[in-house]
Each structure stands twice: as C-alpha cells, then as structure tokens.
Design a protein around this ligand. Sequence first.
Ligand code: ADP
Ligand code: MG
Length: 345
Amino acid sequence: DGLGLLFALGLASNLLLYVYLLPYAVPTYPSLMSSAFTTLLIAGVVLFSWSARRTTLVGVLICAGFALVGAKLGQQGLPMAPFVSTLCWVAIGAALAVACARVLGRFRTGLIQRQDELAALSTRLISVQEEQLRRLSRELHDELGQSLTAVSSYLWLLERKLPPDLGELRTRAGEARHLVAKTLGEMRELSQLLRPPGLDLYGLAGSLEAHLEAFRGRHQIATKYTAEGLPERLPEEIETAVYRIIQEALTNVARHAHAKRVWVGLTARGDELRLEVRDDGVGLPADNGASRPSGIGLIGIRERVRALGGTVSLSSGPGGGACLRASVPMPREGGGAPTASGANS
Ligand SMILES: Nc1ncnc2c1ncn2[C@@H]1O[C@H](COP(=O)(O)OP(=O)(O)O)[C@@H](O)[C@H]1O
Ligand SMILES: [Mg+2]
C-alpha cells in the first residue's frame, strides 16, 4: 500500500510539474502523453500484478508507438527535440515500471511460498496433535484406567475384610471406592473427548451419534442428526476432521448460542461431503465476533477444512441462530457401500 501511495504521489507531482511547465513546453502534447503512459504502466504493475515480461512488452510497444508518431510529425516539419527527450523519459518510465514489476513479482513469489509453508506446517501440526491426543487418550484409558480399577477392587476387598469394630475405617474405604469410581467415569469421558475410540472402530456415523447423545445429556439441547449417502468408512483424515469440526461447532452451540435445538447434517453426493451444524440460538454477534478476542475454535475449523481442500462458511441462519456449513472433497472409491438415510432426535 505504501509503495502504491508513493507511486501515486510521484506521478501526481510529475503531472503538476508538467502543468506548471505547460506554457514553456513546445509542443506540450508529448510530455503529457509520456506521463499518461508511465501512469498506465505502473498502474498495470501495482493494481493488476503485471509480470515483468508483460510490462516490458507493453513498455516497448508504447515506446515504439511514441517513436512512430514522432517520426511522422518530424516529416511534417515539427521540431523534433522535445519529442526525442520525452521519448527518453517514456523509456526511463518503462524501465522503472519493469523494475517495479520484478521487485513486486519477487515479493509475491516469496509470499506465496511462505503461505504454502504455513499451510503445510498447520496440516502437520494438526496431524501431530491428533496423534498426541490419541496417545494420551489410550494412556488414560489403558494405564490409568486399569490402575484405578485395581485400586477400586482393593478398596472393595478392604471394605469387606475390615473387622466390624473398625466401622469408621470401613466407611472411609467405601467413600474412597465411590470416589475412585467417579474419577474413573470422568476419566473415561475425558478419554472419549480426546479421541473417541468409536472413530477408529466404527467410523464417523457411529461416533457422531454417540457424541450427540452425550451432548444432549450434558447440555439439555435437543439434537437432530441426518446422514445422507454417507459411505460406511471414509479416509481417516476426513473422518477425524469432520468429527472434530462437528465437535467444535457443538461446543460453540453449547457455549455461545443459548439454543434449544441443534441440527447436524452430513450429505455425501458425488465426490463431495457436505456438513451442516445449525442451531436456533441467539445467532452470531453483529460483527461476527471481530470486536472481542476470539478463541481458536473457528480458526481450527478453517484450517482442517483447508487442509482437505474444502470450503467453509459460518452465517446467521434464516430464522436466527448460527449455521456452520462446510464442504470437503471425498474420494469416490475406497469407501464401503453407502448407508441408508439415518436420523435420530
Ligand atoms: N453457534 C454459535 N452461536 C453464536 N455465536 C457463535 C456460535 N459459534 C461461534 N460463535 C461466535 O464466534 C466466536 C468465535 O468462536 P471460536 O473461534 O470457537 O472461539 P471461542 O468458542 O473460544 O469463543 C465466539 O466467541 C462466538 O461469539
Ligand atoms: Mg469455540
């Protein structure tokens, strides 16, 4: 932007200079034309991202046209000196424009490269994070879960074997056992949240239904889930991404929407998988949350969709509430037979 402004200022002062010199220039026509052509060239470079090659071509054409007109006017006996000097200025302007095109082109290439690197990094981060969550979930479930189950059994044994005169201790053992059971339940829930085992075992549809059921129970929000033409299994990265996107969208519904109902829909058609999470809550903030520091939930959703080469949009629904829509490309073959439409509420 700064560069564009500088060009604009330079050209404006250039033009002013010409206007100031107008009475002295004989004839004035070529100098004004040279200014206009230089403006045209630089505008092409800055506004329309002309490449150095195109700028050179246009610049050479302009110079050639200028020289041709000059030669023609020279034949008619007009003085040639102002024309030749202006032609030099046009050539210098064209050379400057080509240099600008080169510098901007290099900036642009660098920027695209950084963007690609960032995209690759975020894709890698997502997969590393997913792998870590899976490991953590397994450790929680297998290691900690088994140890706690063993502690619970020992406490139960203790409770039963303690002599009746140690009633107080017996009560404490019972309480400890209940606490262990409660912790075990919470830990299982946490482990499920980290990496739903159903996703690996039963695929997307089954895991989503289980998640929606838990969501209903936890937040007292009615859910409706529909799946249309969904293959039994999808590539792992699509299943994980879609599950995580819906998980985050539902968390947002519970956290921000004050909704009574939420609709989750998955539609597979051709080589496209569409997902929609819609609620009947308060809807998005007027500025889409731009005024307040937002979390990284929506950024994560966008990153996951981008990594799969899809598109995503979040809008306020027609009757209030928010609606998240995403579409990701899906391989045609490789999945099982499509399941029939399913629904639950
Ligand atoms: N279903 C929804 N209903 C209303 N507002 C929402 C909904 N989903 C997202 N938002 C808005 O978008 C913002 C950004 O969401 P997100 O990136 O997930 O961050 P966080 O949930 O941590 O605030 C939220 O703060 C909220 O204002
Ligand atoms: Mg969120």
